[in-house]
Design a protein around this ligand. Structure first.
Ligand code: SF4
Length: 296
């Protein structure tokens, strides 16, 4: 089963957070990791995708070994039959991409990439790397359906691409990088591209300084939509202040009854507070489940 990037302090999958809020690395360093049903289902779906693509691209994978592995995956409690269809959409996308070139491309599935030249101890695993001529293709499979993921300016994809670019620089002269998100259950296929030179420039001038700050344990905290997977999202004081301030100055003027127009605006402004309240409730419930007390 693919393992999550638990060992990288500055992982590609959390780059959106640590690039925007470098202090979150220090703040969350001692907080326990938490998994979820969704994360486990995602891991099983990735294992299935890896198996199917490995069989397709690696002639040496025998039918018996394939069937055995397939049985293992299907007996996982987080496996669901509907997974076959969604994984199939991703697999089909990668196969069609490979067939779109006039000659067979280089393909690597579940490829570990190292971007520690820019991010201290930075590495990750990218779902599929493909190279043809001067073009590099990074494809990332997302099984989640809660949050639609964009390909444009996606630092996770960009860091994977940086790692792949560095790894293949001896054998290939890559000029252009294509990055794709395949998210069958939300958003479908999203594509972005960038010149290899511009990507390396981003790594040097944007990523390197932020990664150093984050790795060194800066106090610099910035609240924003990157909090979603932050382990401190219930207990971070800045996040709490931002959520509360969204409504504290709202509608202080007369008359005594709020108008429909005001209520419409209020609904929007309450959203961050509602999400924050859910995070706090979940945090408190998790604590209570471990036998700890939440005073009051
Ligand atoms: S909750 Fe937001 S502001 Fe607080 S550490 Fe996490 S990302 Fe930074």
């Amino acid at each position: 089963m693919p393992t999550p990037e638990v060992h990288a302090k500055l992982s590609a999958s959390s780059a959106h957070r640590w690039l925007n809020c470098p202090g979150s690395v220090r703040l969350t360093a001692d907080l326990p990791d938490k998994t979820s049903e969704y994360a486990e289902a995602g891991r099983v779906a990735h294992a299935l995708a890896e198996l199917r693509l490995s069989k397709y691209f690696t002639p040496g994978v025998g039918q018996k070994a394939f069937e055995q592995r397939l049985q293992e995956i299907r007996s996982n409690p987080h496996y669901a039959p509907e997974m076959e269809h969604f994984v199939g959409e991703y697999v089909e996308y990668v196969q069609e991409l490979a067939l779109s070139f006039p000659s067979p491309p280089y393909v690597s599935v579940e490829r570990r990439v190292d971007f520690s030249a820019f991010v201290p101890e930075g590495f990750g695993t990218t779902d599929c790397v493909m190279i043809h001529g001067k073009e590099l293709y990074i494809t990332d499979f997302k099984y989640g359906q809660g949050v639609e993921v964009e390909a444009q300016d996606n630092p996770q994809l960009m860091l994977y691409a940086v790692g792949a670019l560095l790894a293949c620089s001896l054998n290939y002269d890559i000029a252009r990088v294509h990055m794709t998100i395949v998210q069958p259950r939300a958003g479908g296929i999203k594509e972005a591209e960038i010149d290899a030179a511009a990507l390396l420039d981003w790594a040097e001038h944007t990523v390197r300084p932020k990664a150093k700050l984050a790795f060194d344990g800066t106090d610099e905290l910035h609240s924003g939509d990157w909090y979603r997977f932050c382990k401190a999202k219930a207990t971070c004081r800045i996040r709490m202040q931002e959520a509360v301030s969204a409504v504290e100055d709202f509608g202080r003027r007369a008359p005594d009854l709020l108008s429909d127009a005001e209520l419409g605006q209020l609904l929007h402004r309450l959203e961050p507070l509602v999400r924050y309240a859910e995070a706090v409730r979940t945090y408190a419930q998790d604590k209570l489940m471990t036998g700890a007390a939440i005073p009051g």
